[in-house]
Design a protein around this ligand. Sequence first.
Ligand code: KIV
Ligand code: ZN
Length: 510
Amino acid sequence: MDRLIVFDTTLRDGEQAAGASLNAHEKLEIAQQLDKLGVDVIEAGFPASSPGDFEAARLIAQEVKHPTICALASADIGSVDAAWEAVKEARQPRIHVFLSASDIHLSYQLRKSREEALKLSREMVARAKNYVDDVEFSPMDASRADLGYICQILEAVIDAGASTVNIPDTVGYAMPEEFGDLIQGIMANVPNIAKAVISVHCHNDLGLAVANSLEAIRRGARQVECTINGIGERAGNASLEEIVMALKTRHDFFDLSTNIDATQIYRTSRLVSELTGFSIQPNKAIIGANAFRHQSGIHQDGILKKAITYEIIDPRLIGIPSSTLVLSKLSGRHAFKERLAELGYSLSEEALNLTFRSFKELADKKREITDRDIESLVAEELRTVTEVYHLDHVEVSCGDHSLPTATVRLIQPDGRSLADAALGTGPVDAVCKAINRIVGIPSKLTEFTVKSVTEGIDSIGEVLIRIESDGVTYTGRGAATDIIVASAKAYMNALNRLLAAKGGRSGTKG
Ligand code: KIV
Ligand code: ZN
């Protein structure tokens, strides 16, 4: 059967989404999960863009063994060389070179003629080919470029050694029929096209990224570039889970297979949401919280009689846990470990012990522990691994007749504890100010959100905080049944990331 290559760019284009900032370990964790999901290619980063991107791509290339590991490069020597340096240890490395092809980009942004851009594209593909056999080329903004010129570039880069040619709808401008025609036009007019795989890369500015990708696939594209949860630059990229499930559910229509293990979709989606801090809209196709909820009486009646009446996908197919088992304070370590395994986690013995202890503490406060609670506990446990400062104690006094006051105690890297106190406009402000007095590193809080993990007043509260320092955003998360404690943890988590990025230096007083 005909097979579609799934190229995941969550860690490159996905991470270009405003506000997403992942450190190298988080990127590795996502890459390992993408491996379990069965993607064929992981675009691990744009190594020339920053030392952090370079390191993350290198780590992924060293550690993740099954998929091809790809690095993006702009059409210049330094960028191509950096891409190669980052992925050369991968079992199957790929370099992906891109250069703008539309007259809009060439004249207003690059100030280059078509001839200059064509020559550069050919030369940089040839340079990449000297390093590695697997080279991809993208004529950026292809959907707004001249078809004749696109065909000329593609012929030249295939001659120079590109084995995949990727057609991007960079600004999400194309309509499905137009984009399909573009693919067909390329197939008909590039003489050596049979030597390369045609790929597509669609953005979602008009909400058409998945529709455009599917139309291109229908017309002959055999690689699709996409991201988990559709995250990406501006309105995002085509969503992997939507494309894969469209192909699976409508196999009768597409007659195409992928390597994806769909049962890993839910877990991958949750992990990406958790680590990027981007929550998933409830009505999001496939993985939104409401995607399998039936509200109206008529629908519920149908579902109870036969699920197929109103459900085109069995939720178990994408790995949504089927068991309704709820844990409580009477549940033992064994049941807890089993539930973790069913949810797709395999923790080290140490992490398991710590998470089990948090589970028992939570079970003392909350009668029923759901899967979402468990996911939140695991996430909280894994977060502490990257700490520079550990939040040891937080205490606040507040109310409508008192000045919000916070006292905090932090343990610093050498094991010493430092305490301080501050007043604030509210308890969270007071906590952040007290922490700032100890850590002493300037930053600006740009986002603060609290949400409850489950229904009910006794729910765990999850806090997401974003801070900005020197133009870089750092995201922090924290969870606790007390939302002030959760806020303190989230703020500390964001500051720890900032400190780690700056090599652990702080302005600590004592
Ligand atoms: O959207 C785009 O054109 C890109 C290219 C680098 C492929 O992301
Ligand atoms: Zn893109």
